[in-house]
Ligand binder design. Structure first.
Ligand code: SF4
Ligand code: SF4
Ligand code: FES
Length: 259
């Protein structure tokens, strides 16, 4: 019988325990995934006792507090702190989201923080998004309107502009793709919800002149049809977007367009 075991060096061990030194009566335990490839050691979960009386409301504030006051070795991405750049995406309390917009009060019990699921980890909470960005590049995310003058405005009606609503707001945080079981198992070939939503955004742009070529490019058993409409992606999106619907729309266009 086949035995499926995790390699010994991938097992997550219990890590260090950082006891509160402030004497606060309002302590929260924060369990954080840690891994440093330069040490050759297994990943571990470090636990920090954090004084919540002096901590603002978001999970990113908790991480900043840990880094600034308890353990400067903790690594994570963040930039805008306003839900705009997408760099602080991680898994908090078992759910993908943006650390800078997720209130820690909404997560019950200990606060468990992991990198986005099913990515290779670069270090601690930093997932490796190289593959996802290569896939993003592959859909050529820019307007192709070669026949139009480059010096004058390309007209778009209000109705056509409205077709981009629900797509242009995507910040490429990868919360959706990393919550998609199809992307977990076939992430090297299946484009996943984040990139397919971007593909959709250019396909439906009224100014785009290579709509058919774009459709042809994604019309592939592995790139597109690995989506089985499980909808994890839509549930995970911190911007309230619906990538599953965009994927269904692409499939519908392919079924009704002669490409
Ligand atoms: S709807 Fe498609 S893209 Fe979204 S989680 Fe399901 S399989 Fe993945
Ligand atoms: S669709 Fe939502 S979850 Fe997916 S990358 Fe865009 S903003 Fe992030
Ligand atoms: S830091 Fe930019 S989205 Fe969170």
């Amino acid at each position: 019988m086949v035995q499926l075991n995790l390699p010994e060096n991938s097992k997550v061990k219990t890590g260090k325990y950082f006891k509160d030194k402030t004497g606060s009566k309002n302590i929260r335990k924060v369990n954080v995934y840690r891994w440093d490839p330069s040490t050759g050691e297994n990943p571990r979960i470090d636990t920090y006792e954090v004084d919540m009386d002096s901590c603002p409301s978001k999970v990113l504030d908790v991480l900043n507090k840990i880094k600034n006051e308890i353990d400067p070795t903790l690594a994570y991405r963040r930039s805008c702190a306003h839900g705009v750049c997408g760099s602080c995406a991680m898994n908090m309390g078992g759910k993908n989201g943006l650390a800078c917009t997720t209130p820690h009060a909404e997560i019950d019990g200990d606060l468990d923080i992991y990198p986005l699921p099913h990515l290779k980890v670069k270090r601690d909470l930093i997932g490796d998004l190289d593959g996802l960005y290569k896939q993003y590049e592959s859909i050529e995310p820019w307007l192709k309107s070669n026949s139009k003058s480059e010096t004058s405005e390309i007209y778009q009606s209000k109705e056509d502009r409205a077709k981009l609503d629900g797509a242009y707001e995507c910040i490429m945080c990868a919360c959706c793709s990393t919550s998609c079981p199809s992307y977990w198992w076939n992430g090297d070939k299946y484009l996943g919800p984040a990139v397919l939503l971007q593909a959709y955004r250019w396909i439906v742009d009224s100014r785009e002149e290579e709509r058919k070529e774009r459709l042809k490019k994604v019309a592939d058993e592995l790139k597109l049809y690995r989506c089985h409409t499980i909808l994890n992606c839509t549930n995970a999106c911190p911007k309230g977007l619906n990538p599953a619907k965009a994927i269904a729309e692409i499939k519908k266009m392919l079924a009704t367009t002669n490409v």
